[in-house]
Structure formats: C-alpha cells, structure tokens
Design a protein around this ligand. Structure first.
Ligand code: ITT
Length: 184
C-alpha cells in the first residue's frame, strides 16, 4: 500500500515512514503544497488541505497540520506555529517565556486523509509537556529543542520521539484505520 503525503517538511515524512513502513504502508512525499486556511482549528486546516490536494492530484493523499499551544501565552502560537518559527523562532519563544513559571505547552497534530471527490477523514494526536529554559538536543526540528517531557527535550530523544509525540500518535491512529479499511 502506497500513500502520498503532501508536505514540504521532510522531517515529518521521516517520522511518518518510521511508523507506517513497518506496518506495510509506504509513504511517498509530494511537496506540491496545498492552500492553508487561516483557521484557528488545525483539524479544519488539515481537512481542507487534504480535500484540495486529493482533487488536484486525482489520488488519495494525506496532509498533516501541527499546532503548538503555550498555556501561559493563552495558546499562542497555536495554528500559526510555522509563521512564528520562521520569524522569531525558538529564541523569540524563550524570550517571551523568560519570567513565566507556567511552562506548560501542547503540540497537536491532525492528519487529513482524502480521496478525490470525497470528504476528508481526520486523525488527531496531542502531547503536553513544558517549555525548556534553554534549547537542548541536536535531533528533531522546529520547536523540538525547547519542548521537553519529563525534563528531556524532543530534540534529545532520537527515535523515541515517535513513541510520545503528537505526530507519532496521529500516525498510529491513521495507520490502524487505514489497514482495517484496506482489508474490508
Ligand atoms: P507542511 O505544512 O508543508 O506539512 P510545515 O513545516 O509548514 O510543513 P506545519 O505548518 O504543520 O508544517 O508546522 C507548524 C510549525 O510547527 C512548523 O514551524 C514546524 O517546524 C513546527 N513543528 C511541526 N511539527 C513539529 C514537531 O514534531 N516538533 C517541533 N516542531 C514542529
């Protein structure tokens, strides 16, 4: 079974491959892009993007949208995580968090799966952790060096990131559903 993952982010593809390939689902990246709704809800962004990409490519696709929600900043940057990462980056987040004791933050990953002409189906995974006081770790990407679980940043976890991460959980849910569906 082969599925097209429409994303410009090859780190996401590596993480998806690590989960899906051992289960017999091959993942092929297509970086053709999709229109991202300016929406507060990442599930709506993923569903709309998947429907657009499936109809444009004429094949089944998945897209995945991630939101990053920091409690002390009232959920900022939320669905605008890519813009904030590309502008102020991790240094900007650490600076905003400088005097804040409440370090809780949550990643939310939503996968949209869609076949041409049909509505998208979505699969969600989330993980709550804390914003570190300084970046740590060489692995991962994006916010991984400043997001920690039990004192260990995602960037320091290596392959173990997939076992605890938002994306690990959303892809596990997607793969469970996809495999059952292919058998029926
Ligand atoms: P596509 O939309 O092309 O899939 P993207 O990198 O723009 O790729 P998102 O909009 O979903 O993906 O990501 C929002 C931001 O959150 C972006 O800056 C990512 O680097 C960051 N991000 C996503 N997943 C992450 C993860 O597992 N760990 C750390 N940062 C992550």
């Amino acid at each position: 079974m082969i599925i097209t993952f429409v994303t410009g982010n090859s780190h996401k593809v590596e993480e998806a491959v690590a989960i899906c390939v051992p289960l017999g689902i091959e993942i092929v990246q297509n970086d053709c892009g999709y229109p991202e709704l300016q929406e507060d809800d990442v599930a709506a962004v993923a569903a709309y993007g998947a429907e657009n990409a499936a109809n444009r490519l004429g094949s089944a696709v998945i897209v995945e949208d991630t939101g990053f929600y920091i409690d002390a900043l009232h959920g900022f940057p939320g669905p605008y995580a890519a813009y904030v990462q590309d502008t102020v980056g991790n240094a900007g987040i650490l600076s905003l968090m400088q005097d804040l004791g409440d370090r809780r933050a949550t990643f939310r990953s939503v996968i949209g799966y869609c076949e041409p002409g049909l509505d998208a189906v979505t699969f969600e995974g989330a993980v709550t952790g804390r914003i570190a006081y300084q970046p740590e770790g060489e692995g991962g990407f994006g916010y991984d060096p400043i997001f920690e679980i039990d004192g260990v940043t995602l960037a320091s976890m290596g392959d173990a990131k997939n076992k605890v991460s938002h994306r690990g959980k959303s892809f596990e849910k997607f793969a469970d559903w996809f495999l059952v569906r292919e058998v029926l």
